[in-house]
Ligand binder design. Structure first.
Ligand SMILES: [Zn+2]
Length: 588
């Protein structure tokens, strides 16, 4: 294993791997780009060819090539290895990988979902109730091989069908509850029961085709909810999954186009008819992560959501999000009141024609809203403008100009007036279009390292600063983690003092520390880019001085609180000690 990891690392540089996803620009010794993990306008994503790591100082994500691939592709370690091995032509012995790779919690979740999927598939084909459901699937136009390929199944109308089977296979109750495969009234064993009952089961796959969740469609009229979806768990994050992507990825790349639909059938039925570049967002609003996943495959998006108001809302939101990411987005019109699955069932290949004829969403909206109002009256025209204004938010200037022109012609209104309306229009606070922007911004957790960590990073990056810092820094005041690392450095320094000049700190730290240390070094490097050796020396002293002052202030304020408490409780002995301590610090 270790050999393979080294082999892959020797063949693939971090800059090479990252640049397939992020446009990088040289910045000193490092490269910089827009972070692929959070939305940002100024680059805080740094790639260090020397350290062979990347790190985002906005959202704190990154690591070596394996960590990067795991994050960006949404896969586990083993898959990241496979992806990179394929990319550089290293052969991996799969059995070895499976046996040696530690069974992580995620692996257990995947196994539970796979076993459950097997069970549901088998129920569909071998039970009497299952066969009725199978007939329903035939009526909706599905063929046996399609049902098999998408692993569609059936959860029987029973409380204890799946649960005992999975328990028997060694999956714990805890994992089953967290996966949402079973429910529990309380923690007693007999109160646990199957969560999916009398439902058509669509397994949801991750990007490499493993079952990571389920969407269970109600089969009885009085059943709620209509779709019961897996809860978030260690392997299922709904904002990072696009239904069907594992099947359609190849075709999306080939055709350089992706068609976004709403439901499972809308992916499966066209797929069976040979229109294969589809994915579904499964009823949830598109997340920034999903948009990034799409952007990696293509920049040509066609949406084909339902034409009800929720569908329009979803289309509108997608339109704005894609525009912001410079993705071409078009909207299918002409399937009227049907969803794509039904349309394909009746009209087959004609859906492909509609996709190719897909037009601009704003043109569609303008026609639609005009169609809903009486534009021969002034009040009707005013209402059109009022209804359309929210859609102008977030448009690129080119698109906006285009739409203004179109609208002014159709309503016979002066363009300048429309621009003024747009300028003065403010979105209401609860408007759905505002939310996408705010969510993206909330995701950026501001990254801050403590002063002592910064000192450590600077010293690690510039070992020759150590000698001096060592004279002024009192180890006792450091927090535990920093102290441990610093102690390690001290030992290295003491044992190599003679040839200290051309010497570097060993990187033999514990692996969990190594990652943080690399990031601290990269941070210090970025922050003090271009500082001379002397300037760095002064900087370290300043930082140490500031750290001491902060630390002193903190200790004093804690003492003050304790003193006040001792006074209140009239503990004279304690009070005397505390006051002495306080005096000592104040004099120092
Ligand atoms: Zn980031």
């Amino acid at each position: 294993m270790a050999d393979v990891i080294d082999e892959i690392k020797s063949r693939l540089g971090i800059e090479e791997v990252v640049s397939q996803y992020v446009q990088l620009k040289k910045a000193g010794r490092n490269l910089k780009g827009l972070c692929p993990f959070h939305g940002e306008k100024t680059p805080s994503f740094v790639v260090s060819p020397e350290k062979q790591i990347c790190h985002c100082f906005g959202c704190n994500k990154g690591g070596d090539i394996f960590a990067f691939i795991q994050e960006v592709e949404g896969v586990g370690f083993a898959e990241s290895m496979q992806i990179l091995a394929d990319r550089c032509g290293v052969k991996i012995d799969k059995d070895k990988l499976e046996n040696k790779a530690p069974k992580s919690e995620k692996d257990i979740y995947f196994r539970a979902h796979d076993l459950a999927c097997d069970f549901f598939e088998q129920q569909l084909c071998t039970t009497t109730d299952g066969k009725k459901v199978l007939d329903y699937l035939y009526r909706r136009g599905l063929k046996d091989e399609t049902i098999k390929e998408f692993r569609i199944g059936f959860a029987p109308d029973q409380y204890d069908a799946l649960y005992p089977i999975l328990l028997n296979k060694g999956i714990t109750k805890d994992i089953l509850i967290k996966s949402g495969l079973v429910s529990a009234k309380n923690l007693a064993a007999d109160s646990v029961y199957d969560k999916y009952r009398a439902r058509l089961m669509f397994p949801i796959f991750d990007a490499v085709g493993r079952v990571c969740g389920f969407g269970g469609r109600a089969l009885k009229h009085d059943q709620a909810p209509k779709y019961l979806n897996s809860p978030e768990n260690p392997i299922y994050n709904k904002s990072r999954v696009l239904y069907g992507l594992n099947y359609s990825k190849k075709y999306i790349k080939e055709e350089d186009q992706i068609v976004l639909v709403e439901g499972y059938f809308d992916v499966i039925v066209p797929y069976q008819a040979g229109i294969k570049n589809l994915v579904a967002s499964s009823g949830t609003a598109l997340s920034n992560e999903q948009i990034k996943m799409i952007k990696r495959l293509t920049t040509n998006v066609v949406t084909s959501f339902d034409t009800d108001s929720a569908g329009i809302e979803a289309t509108k939101r997608a339109y704005n999000l894609f525009q912001k990411e410079d993705i071409n987005v078009k909207t299918v019109t002409g399937i009227d009141r049907k969803d794509p699955a039904d349309f394909v069932l009746e009209n087959g290949e004609k859906f492909k024609e509609l996709i190719n004829k897909a037009g601009d969403f704003m043109s569609f909206i303008i026609s639609k809203i005009i169609g809903e109002n009486d534009i021969t009256s002034i009040s009707g025209r005013k209402k059109v403008v009022r209804d359309i204004l929210p859609y102008f938010q977030g448009l690129s200037p080119t698109t906006r100009d285009f739409c203004v022109k179109e609208l002014s012609q159709k309503l016979n209104i002066n363009e300048q007036h429309l621009y003024e309306e747009i300028e003065s229009y403010k979105l209401p606070a609860n408007h759905p279009m505002r939310k996408s922007v705010e969510l993206a911004e909330a995701k950026i957790s501001l990254n801050k390292f403590s002063i002592e960590e910064l000192i450590l990073g600077l010293i690690l990056e510039n070992p020759n600063l150590f000698e001096n810092s060592n004279k002024v820094l009192d180890l006792a005041i450091l927090s535990q983690w920093t102290k441990n690392v610093y102690n390690d450095l001290l030992q290295q320094y003491n044992s190599a003092r003679e040839n200290f000049k051309n010497w570097n700190f060993e990187t033999g730290f514990l692996s969990q520390d190594k990652e943080k240390i690399d990031v601290l070094r990269l941070y210090a490097e970025e922050l003090y880019n271009g500082f001379s050796h002397e300037a760095l020396g002064i900087e370290v002293e300043k930082l140490i001085d500031r750290y001491k002052k902060d630390r002193r202030a903190k200790v004093l304020s804690e003492l003050q609180i304790n003193i006040e408490e001792a006074e209140k409780s009239d503990n004279k002995e304690k009070l005397r000690n505390l006051l002495m301590e306080q005096q000592k610090i104040l004099k120092s």
